[in-house]
Design a protein around this ligand. Sequence first.
Ligand SMILES: [Zn+2]
Length: 98
Amino acid sequence: MLKLPLCPYCGARFFYREIRKARHGTNGVCPHCGKTFRVYGRAGKMILYLISAVLLVGLNFFLISIPAMNLLFLLSVTALGVAAVRLLVPYTVRYGPL
Ligand SMILES: [Zn+2]
C-alpha cells in the first residue's frame, strides 16, 4: 500500500517533494509526457491515520504501564509518531488518468 505514485500514462517516477505538494482532487501535469492526471489520496490517508492512531494509543497504554514513565516522555513519543506519520502521507497519494 505504501509506495510513491507513478504517472498513469508513462510510468514516470516523481520526487517525494513534488508529491508532498500534490493535493487530493486536483490535477497535475507529468513533466515527462506532459499529460494531465488526477490526484487521489483521501482513502489511503484516512487508513494511514486510522492505523497509526490505534498504534500510538496502544504504544501510550504500554508506556504508561512502566512505573518510571512521565508525561513529557509520553508526549515526545506521540509527537515523534505523528511526525513520522506525516512523512508517510505522500506514500498514500495515487495518480490516475483523467
Ligand atoms: Zn507521464
